[in-house]
Design a protein around this ligand. Structure first.
Ligand SMILES: [Ca+2]
Length: 534
């Protein structure tokens, strides 16, 4: 009798639970019912933090990212936590998705790590992914329930993107070539998802653009607009980094222009880079418009970020394989319910803070082993910082640590140190490491670096004192294009001008190299400046 009464009670309870409407609320595994916002994650590839008009770049046109800046909260001193690969995208995305540093995860496969979208799905979210995924197919399949035009790998010709879809059988379709420019292709896919979403459960939509990663080949009008009005050289332009930072020779990124870098080439490549960003910005505008049309905009958190920065002429480098600010700092903007509008913070943050931040905002207890911090208290004004320094470990060749004003970079392979006063020298142009009155900063920051190493389990030995690096000169070094560069870029940046080819044949390489230097090097090619930098 007692058993029968109990069974009836349980049946009644089950019926009551089943009759609870699910449209506006979700139930967590802990039984707490909440109203959760959607999440739209817009992620650029290789976008420097200083390429957004509303955040201070007076040359670039980014009206839609500006809308996000004006409607949300920008983290102005946000970093990628270094990396363990020349393809910085791989560790950066692994850290974003896991909330852990690259020292503690298998960045290539993400095996055994709880992923941010996977975790959100376990907590009631519909997860959708489009665009680049550089951490293997099994981890993508674990992360997302739905997907279209997914590009597995690091890069492609933007007009011939190799993509797969997630089929109704839960398997990835065969690879096909995308029919549009990458940014348009991925925008189309997420717009289709947004329009088709039934709203019964909140969504997490991840849009991983491959712009402005090279090939720097935006549609013609977008590069023409900047050729007509060339971007200025970066303040820390150099024809070549004068010492080997460990990634100068043999890396793909550094190969995209001849040494010494010239003003003409760098300003043209900047025009193409800015064009790719402005074109991407237009696609972001389309996505925001589609979100508005669904009526979901007021209940959606939008995140805008990028995986790593880029040098593009700064310090004589082109790529992201350095711990200078231009290569490790990336945009980070949050927009949404409860987030202040048009505000920003200089507090230090990392991309790996996004996972714990989202857990905090939507009211879920995140995995206990996340290494980042929630950034929510910063926009709520409850804290003015979540950490007091930033550590940037890059493979076994570079380590940097910075506090609010000072930054120390160590190059363990060559025993070299650089100290910059970011307060007066934000472009990292003048190395103060040998100045007697700066010795205390070197000592203090080196100590901080050791503390960071201990904290994250980084065992790389650091230089104990500065050793001046040997100068190298890559002038005229042989280069070959990779398979993804379109013909016009190969012709423009890889083929030697005919007059120089003829002269080389006539005079021999040694003499023409000197002539080429005289001919192409801009007035800023100034060897005494090297002395200050090294
Ligand atoms: Ca990247």
């Amino acid at each position: 009798m007692r058993t029968k009464r109990c069974a009836v009670w349980v049946l009644g309870l089950l019926l009551a639970i089943c009759s609870v409407p699910v449209r506006a609320s979700q139930e967590t595994p802990h039984g707490v019912t909440t109203n959760r916002p959607n999440i739209l994650f817009l992620f650029a590839d290789d976008q420097r933090a200083d390429t957004i008009a509303a955040l201070g770049n007076s040359h670039i046109k980014t009206p839609n990212i500006d809308r996000l800046v004006n409607a949300g909260f920008a983290f102005r001193t946000n970093y990628c936590f270094g990396g363990n690969s020349g393809a910085v995208c791989v560790p950066s995305r692994a850290m974003l998705m896991s909330g852990k540093t690259w020292l503690h995860i298998d960045t290539v496969s993400l095996k055994g790590v709880k992923l941010m979208p996977e975790f959100l799905a376990e907590n009631g979210y519909v997860t959708f992914g489009t665009g680049k995924w550089h951490n293997g197919q099994p981890s993508w399949l674990r992360a997302f329930q739905r997907g279209k035009t997914i590009m597995f790998g690091g890069m492609s010709d933007h007009t011939k993107v190799p993509v797969r879809d997630l089929g109704p059988d839960g398997k990835l379709t065969a690879e096909r070539t995308g029919e549009k420019f990458s940014s348009e292709l991925f925008a189309d896919s997420v717009i289709e998802f947004l329009r088709g979403h039934d709203g019964k459960r909140p969504f997490f939509a991840y849009v991983a653009f491959t712009a402005p990663h090279d090939p720097r080949m935006p549609p013609v009008p977008f590069r023409e607009m900047y050729y007509q009005n060339l971007p200025p050289l970066p303040a820390n332009f150099l024809p070549q980094l004068p010492f080997d930072n460990g990634m100068m020779q043999g890396g793909r990124d550094e190969n995209l222009a001849a040494w010494p870098r010239t003003e003409t080439v760098i300003r043209d490549q900047l025009a193409e880079y800015y064009g790719a960003i402005t074109h991407l910005d237009g696609q972001i505008g389309r996505i925001l418009e589609a979100l508005n049309q669904t009526g979901q905009a007021d209940n959606t958190i939008i995140i805008y970020a990028a995986d790593n920065g880029l040098a593009l002429g700064s310090h004589g480098l082109l790529g992201k394989q350095s711990v200078f600010e231009h290569s490790m700092r990336v945009p980070l903007i949050f927009v949404g319910p409860g987030i202040p509008q048009g505000k920003s913070s200089q507090a230090f943050s990392y991309l790996l803070d996004i996972f714990p931040t989202l857990c905090d905002v939507i009211g879920i207890q995140g995995p206990t082993d996340l290494e980042g911090h929630s950034l929510r208290p910063l926009w709520e004004g409850k804290k003015d910082r979540v950490r007091d320094s930033v550590f940037l470990p890059y493979i076994g060749i570079q380590r940097a640590v910075r506090d609010e004003r000072w930054k120390l970079i160590a190059y363990p392979k060559i025993g070299h140190l650089q100290l910059f006063d970011l307060g007066t020298d934000p472009d990292e142009r003048t190395n103060l490491v040998e100045r007697a009155d700066c010795a205390e900063h070197v000592r203090r920051l080196r100590e901080r670096m050791l503390q960071w190493q201990a904290k994250v389990g980084d065992t790389l030995p650091l230089p104990v004192a500065n050793r001046k690096p040997e100068a190298i000169d890559l002038t005229g070094r042989q280069r070959a294009p990779d398979q993804w560069q379109p013909g016009w870029i190969v012709k423009k940046y890889f083929r030697e001008p005919r007059r120089r080819r003829k002269a080389r044949a006539r005079l021999g390489s040694r003499r023409i190299r000197r002539e080429a230097l005289v001919e192409t090097v801009p007035s800023t090619w100034d060897f005494p400046r090297w002395g200050r930098l090294v």
